[in-house]
Design a protein around this ligand. Structure first.
Ligand SMILES: NC(=O)c1ccc[n+]([C@@H]2O[C@H](COP(=O)([O-])OP(=O)(O)OC[C@H]3O[C@@H](n4cnc5c(N)ncnc54)[C@H](OP(=O)(O)O)[C@@H]3O)[C@@H](O)[C@H]2O)c1
Length: 231
Protein backbone atom coordinates (compact mmCIF):
# COMPACT_ATOMS: atom_id res chain seq x y z
CA UNK A 1 0.00 0.00 0.00
CA UNK A 2 3.01 2.25 -0.47
CA UNK A 3 2.34 5.34 -2.58
CA UNK A 4 3.95 5.21 -5.97
CA UNK A 5 3.18 8.80 -6.97
CA UNK A 6 3.33 12.09 -5.10
CA UNK A 7 -0.12 11.65 -3.62
CA UNK A 8 0.10 12.51 0.07
CA UNK A 9 -1.57 10.41 2.73
CA UNK A 10 -3.60 11.89 5.58
CA UNK A 11 -4.78 10.11 8.72
CA UNK A 12 -7.89 11.70 10.28
CA UNK A 13 -9.20 10.56 13.68
CA UNK A 14 -12.94 10.72 14.33
CA UNK A 15 -13.48 10.79 10.57
CA UNK A 16 -16.87 9.09 10.73
CA UNK A 17 -18.95 12.14 11.66
CA UNK A 18 -19.05 15.83 12.45
CA UNK A 19 -16.00 17.96 11.67
CA UNK A 20 -13.86 14.87 11.05
CA UNK A 21 -16.13 13.67 8.27
CA UNK A 22 -15.99 17.10 6.61
CA UNK A 23 -12.18 17.00 6.83
CA UNK A 24 -12.08 13.53 5.22
CA UNK A 25 -14.44 14.66 2.46
CA UNK A 26 -12.47 17.81 1.72
CA UNK A 27 -9.04 16.11 1.65
CA UNK A 28 -10.37 13.28 -0.54
CA UNK A 29 -11.90 15.80 -2.98
CA UNK A 30 -8.50 17.48 -3.25
CA UNK A 31 -6.85 14.20 -4.28
CA UNK A 32 -5.25 13.15 -0.99
CA UNK A 33 -5.26 9.54 0.06
CA UNK A 34 -7.28 9.65 3.28
CA UNK A 35 -7.26 7.14 6.11
CA UNK A 36 -10.47 7.56 8.02
CA UNK A 37 -9.84 6.43 11.60
CA UNK A 38 -12.88 5.68 13.76
CA UNK A 39 -14.13 3.37 16.48
CA UNK A 40 -16.89 1.62 14.53
CA UNK A 41 -15.42 0.14 11.34
CA UNK A 42 -18.86 -0.51 9.79
CA UNK A 43 -19.85 3.13 10.28
CA UNK A 44 -16.52 4.25 8.81
CA UNK A 45 -16.98 2.00 5.77
CA UNK A 46 -20.47 3.40 5.19
CA UNK A 47 -19.08 6.95 5.31
CA UNK A 48 -16.22 6.03 2.97
CA UNK A 49 -18.73 4.65 0.45
CA UNK A 50 -20.56 7.99 0.49
CA UNK A 51 -17.37 9.96 -0.21
CA UNK A 52 -15.78 10.24 -3.64
CA UNK A 53 -12.04 9.66 -3.63
CA UNK A 54 -9.33 7.47 -2.15
CA UNK A 55 -10.55 6.72 1.39
CA UNK A 56 -9.49 3.75 3.53
CA UNK A 57 -10.92 2.96 6.96
CA UNK A 58 -9.00 1.91 10.07
CA UNK A 59 -10.05 1.35 13.66
CA UNK A 60 -8.85 3.61 16.42
CA UNK A 61 -9.96 3.73 20.04
CA UNK A 62 -8.23 6.55 21.83
CA UNK A 63 -9.39 5.89 25.38
CA UNK A 64 -7.22 2.83 26.12
CA UNK A 65 -3.45 3.31 25.74
CA UNK A 66 -2.65 -0.40 25.20
CA UNK A 67 -5.28 -0.79 22.46
CA UNK A 68 -4.21 2.47 20.87
CA UNK A 69 -0.54 1.43 20.77
CA UNK A 70 -1.51 -1.81 18.95
CA UNK A 71 -3.77 0.04 16.52
CA UNK A 72 -1.04 2.58 15.71
CA UNK A 73 1.37 -0.26 14.88
CA UNK A 74 -1.27 -1.86 12.64
CA UNK A 75 -1.89 1.43 10.82
CA UNK A 76 1.85 1.86 10.34
CA UNK A 77 2.19 -1.68 8.97
CA UNK A 78 -0.58 -1.09 6.41
CA UNK A 79 0.18 2.56 5.61
CA UNK A 80 3.91 3.15 6.17
CA UNK A 81 3.82 6.73 4.93
CA UNK A 82 1.55 9.12 6.79
CA UNK A 83 2.30 12.67 5.64
CA UNK A 84 -0.55 14.43 7.41
CA UNK A 85 -2.05 13.65 10.80
CA UNK A 86 -5.30 15.33 11.86
CA UNK A 87 -6.11 14.74 15.52
CA UNK A 88 -9.79 15.57 15.37
CA UNK A 89 -11.58 13.05 17.62
CA UNK A 90 -12.62 14.36 20.99
CA UNK A 91 -15.12 14.21 23.83
CA UNK A 92 -16.85 16.92 25.80
CA UNK A 93 -17.63 15.81 29.35
CA UNK A 94 -20.19 18.25 30.75
CA UNK A 95 -19.73 17.81 34.52
CA UNK A 96 -18.20 20.69 36.44
CA UNK A 97 -15.34 20.78 38.93
CA UNK A 98 -17.40 19.98 42.03
CA UNK A 99 -18.80 16.71 40.65
CA UNK A 100 -16.15 15.48 38.18
CA UNK A 101 -14.15 12.52 39.51
CA UNK A 102 -10.45 12.16 38.81
CA UNK A 103 -11.13 9.05 36.72
CA UNK A 104 -13.65 10.93 34.57
CA UNK A 105 -11.12 13.73 34.16
CA UNK A 106 -8.52 11.12 33.16
CA UNK A 107 -10.84 9.76 30.46
CA UNK A 108 -11.04 13.18 28.79
CA UNK A 109 -7.32 13.69 29.28
CA UNK A 110 -6.63 10.38 27.55
CA UNK A 111 -9.00 10.92 24.59
CA UNK A 112 -8.43 14.64 24.02
CA UNK A 113 -4.75 14.97 24.86
CA UNK A 114 -2.62 11.94 25.86
CA UNK A 115 -3.66 9.85 22.86
CA UNK A 116 -2.62 12.78 20.67
CA UNK A 117 0.79 12.83 22.38
CA UNK A 118 1.16 9.14 21.49
CA UNK A 119 0.04 9.64 17.87
CA UNK A 120 2.28 12.67 17.33
CA UNK A 121 5.29 10.94 18.82
CA UNK A 122 4.87 7.92 16.58
CA UNK A 123 4.08 9.65 13.30
CA UNK A 124 6.18 12.82 13.69
CA UNK A 125 9.34 10.77 14.12
CA UNK A 126 8.65 9.09 10.78
CA UNK A 127 7.70 12.41 9.15
CA UNK A 128 10.88 14.01 10.42
CA UNK A 129 12.98 11.21 8.92
CA UNK A 130 11.21 11.58 5.57
CA UNK A 131 11.50 15.39 5.63
CA UNK A 132 7.80 16.25 5.42
CA UNK A 133 4.90 16.33 7.85
CA UNK A 134 1.81 18.32 8.77
CA UNK A 135 -0.01 17.77 12.06
CA UNK A 136 -3.24 19.53 13.02
CA UNK A 137 -4.75 19.23 16.48
CA UNK A 138 -8.43 20.14 16.58
CA UNK A 139 -8.59 21.97 19.89
CA UNK A 140 -10.77 24.69 21.37
CA UNK A 141 -10.68 28.28 22.56
CA UNK A 142 -12.00 26.78 25.82
CA UNK A 143 -8.53 25.28 26.23
CA UNK A 144 -6.73 28.63 26.09
CA UNK A 145 -5.72 30.56 29.19
CA UNK A 146 -6.20 33.73 27.14
CA UNK A 147 -9.92 33.03 26.66
CA UNK A 148 -10.33 32.03 30.30
CA UNK A 149 -10.54 28.19 30.24
CA UNK A 150 -14.27 28.71 30.59
CA UNK A 151 -15.67 25.45 29.15
CA UNK A 152 -16.68 22.33 31.09
CA UNK A 153 -13.89 21.34 33.51
CA UNK A 154 -12.53 18.17 31.86
CA UNK A 155 -12.85 19.70 28.41
CA UNK A 156 -10.96 22.89 29.25
CA UNK A 157 -8.23 21.08 31.16
CA UNK A 158 -7.73 18.44 28.46
CA UNK A 159 -7.79 20.94 25.58
CA UNK A 160 -5.32 23.17 27.48
CA UNK A 161 -3.10 20.09 27.72
CA UNK A 162 -3.59 19.49 24.00
CA UNK A 163 -2.52 23.07 23.33
CA UNK A 164 0.59 22.58 25.49
CA UNK A 165 1.37 19.33 23.64
CA UNK A 166 1.05 21.20 20.33
CA UNK A 167 3.51 23.89 21.34
CA UNK A 168 6.02 21.55 22.96
CA UNK A 169 5.86 19.04 20.10
CA UNK A 170 6.48 21.80 17.54
CA UNK A 171 9.57 22.85 19.49
CA UNK A 172 10.91 19.30 19.30
CA UNK A 173 10.82 18.88 15.53
CA UNK A 174 12.50 20.79 12.76
CA UNK A 175 10.36 23.00 10.56
CA UNK A 176 9.79 20.21 8.02
CA UNK A 177 7.17 18.90 10.44
CA UNK A 178 4.59 21.61 11.10
CA UNK A 179 2.47 21.08 14.18
CA UNK A 180 -0.41 23.45 14.88
CA UNK A 181 -3.67 23.57 16.79
CA UNK A 182 -6.96 25.17 15.78
CA UNK A 183 -10.29 26.11 17.29
CA UNK A 184 -13.17 25.33 14.89
CA UNK A 185 -15.62 27.73 16.57
CA UNK A 186 -19.14 26.60 17.47
CA UNK A 187 -20.00 23.89 14.96
CA UNK A 188 -23.24 22.01 14.14
CA UNK A 189 -22.27 18.47 15.16
CA UNK A 190 -23.38 16.04 17.85
CA UNK A 191 -20.96 17.80 20.19
CA UNK A 192 -21.82 21.34 19.14
CA UNK A 193 -25.62 20.73 18.77
CA UNK A 194 -27.99 21.93 16.05
CA UNK A 195 -28.04 25.40 17.60
CA UNK A 196 -24.39 25.98 16.62
CA UNK A 197 -23.53 28.69 14.15
CA UNK A 198 -21.06 26.99 11.78
CA UNK A 199 -21.45 24.04 9.41
CA UNK A 200 -18.73 21.37 9.72
CA UNK A 201 -17.50 22.11 6.18
CA UNK A 202 -16.65 25.69 7.19
CA UNK A 203 -14.88 24.50 10.36
CA UNK A 204 -12.86 22.08 8.23
CA UNK A 205 -11.44 24.87 6.07
CA UNK A 206 -8.87 25.99 8.66
CA UNK A 207 -7.90 22.35 9.26
CA UNK A 208 -7.32 21.80 5.54
CA UNK A 209 -5.26 24.99 5.32
CA UNK A 210 -3.02 23.83 8.22
CA UNK A 211 -2.84 20.27 6.87
CA UNK A 212 -1.52 21.51 3.54
CA UNK A 213 0.77 24.37 4.63
CA UNK A 214 3.66 25.35 2.41
CA UNK A 215 7.26 25.02 3.57
CA UNK A 216 7.25 28.57 4.95
CA UNK A 217 4.03 28.02 6.94
CA UNK A 218 3.76 28.42 10.72
CA UNK A 219 4.35 25.77 13.39
CA UNK A 220 3.57 25.71 17.13
CA UNK A 221 0.62 28.09 16.89
CA UNK A 222 -3.15 28.02 17.37
CA UNK A 223 -5.62 29.39 14.83
CA UNK A 224 -9.30 30.18 14.42
CA UNK A 225 -10.66 30.98 10.96
CA UNK A 226 -7.06 30.88 9.63
CA UNK A 227 -5.99 33.67 12.00
CA UNK A 228 -3.68 33.16 14.99
CA UNK A 229 -5.24 33.41 18.47
CA UNK A 230 -3.54 33.54 21.88
CA UNK A 231 -2.93 30.39 23.92
N1 LIG B 1 -18.58 21.15 17.62
C1 LIG B 1 -18.03 22.20 18.19
O1 LIG B 1 -18.69 23.24 18.38
C2 LIG B 1 -16.59 22.18 18.59
C3 LIG B 1 -16.03 23.34 19.15
C4 LIG B 1 -14.69 23.36 19.49
C5 LIG B 1 -13.93 22.22 19.29
N2 LIG B 1 -14.48 21.08 18.76
C6 LIG B 1 -13.62 19.91 18.57
O2 LIG B 1 -13.78 19.41 17.28
C7 LIG B 1 -13.46 18.00 17.28
C8 LIG B 1 -14.55 17.23 16.52
O3 LIG B 1 -15.75 17.42 17.24
P1 LIG B 1 -17.21 17.36 16.56
O4 LIG B 1 -17.87 18.62 16.88
O5 LIG B 1 -17.11 16.88 15.17
O6 LIG B 1 -17.85 16.26 17.53
P2 LIG B 1 -18.65 14.90 17.28
O7 LIG B 1 -19.57 15.00 16.13
O8 LIG B 1 -19.17 14.56 18.62
O9 LIG B 1 -17.49 13.88 16.85
C9 LIG B 1 -16.56 13.43 17.79
C10 LIG B 1 -15.70 12.38 17.12
O10 LIG B 1 -14.73 11.93 18.08
C11 LIG B 1 -14.80 10.50 18.12
N3 LIG B 1 -14.43 9.95 19.43
C12 LIG B 1 -14.96 10.26 20.62
N4 LIG B 1 -14.40 9.49 21.58
C13 LIG B 1 -13.48 8.70 20.97
C14 LIG B 1 -12.60 7.69 21.42
N5 LIG B 1 -12.55 7.30 22.69
N6 LIG B 1 -11.79 7.08 20.51
C15 LIG B 1 -11.86 7.43 19.19
N7 LIG B 1 -12.69 8.37 18.70
C16 LIG B 1 -13.49 8.99 19.59
C17 LIG B 1 -16.27 10.17 17.82
O11 LIG B 1 -16.36 8.81 17.47
P3 LIG B 1 -17.75 7.98 17.70
O12 LIG B 1 -18.65 8.33 16.55
O13 LIG B 1 -17.31 6.56 17.70
O14 LIG B 1 -18.32 8.42 19.02
C18 LIG B 1 -16.50 11.15 16.68
O15 LIG B 1 -15.97 10.65 15.48
C19 LIG B 1 -13.33 17.60 18.75
O16 LIG B 1 -11.97 17.49 19.09
C20 LIG B 1 -13.98 18.76 19.49
O17 LIG B 1 -13.47 18.92 20.79
C21 LIG B 1 -15.80 21.04 18.40
Amino acid sequence: MKNTNNQKTALVTGGNRGIGRAIVQSLASKGYKVILACRDIEEGLQVSRDIKGDVSVVQIELSTPKILAKQIRKIDANFPQIDILVNNAGVCEERNFSTLSTSDLMYSMQVNALSVYELIQFFANNMSQRGYGRIVNVSSGWGTFYEGLCGPTAYSISKATLNAITKVAAQNYSSVVKINAMCPGWVRTRMGSNAATKPPEQAAETVIWLATLNEDGPSGKIFRDKKPINW
